[in-house]
Design a protein. Sequence first.
Length: 179
Amino acid sequence: MREKPNSLKSIIFTGLFAAIIYLGIFILRIPIPAMVGRPFIHFGNTLAALAVLFLGFRNGTLAGIIGLGGFDILNGYAATSWLTMLEVIIVASIIELLFRFFKYQDKQKQIAIIALAAGIAKIFTSYCTSIIEALMIGTNFKDSNCCFIFKPTCNCHQFYFNGYLCSNSLLFNKKDLAY
């Protein structure tokens, strides 16, 4: 699917991954009590990372944008959905660059390194997103840095899920998908 991104099969898998990402957030979310907002742990970012690995940068990023951005738009987070879409692009770029660097080998060590880098990138982009969200509601920059302190539990759990699930999901041979 990486070789022919415009084929019917790739387009169908892109739509399928977008739907799985959406459902991974909608059905499998774990709410976290917080003083600010309604944070929750979900599997959407992990599934978006898997989409990039399986489908390639363009189709995987598109599936992540449709799945994660679509969830935000349809569930009351429309004002910040553009930040979610930007996060998907940044994390997908890092995943694709590392996967190219490893010459598209899906050994467990390489996938674990990619998952670790994706998790760190997600924490960094979540930090930037929380600052931008705080600035959008009218706080100054100094106070907006405190907003991330209220969400570290969610980001650390997201980091763990991203690393663990990505590395274990790719232990099977990717040729199982080619039929």
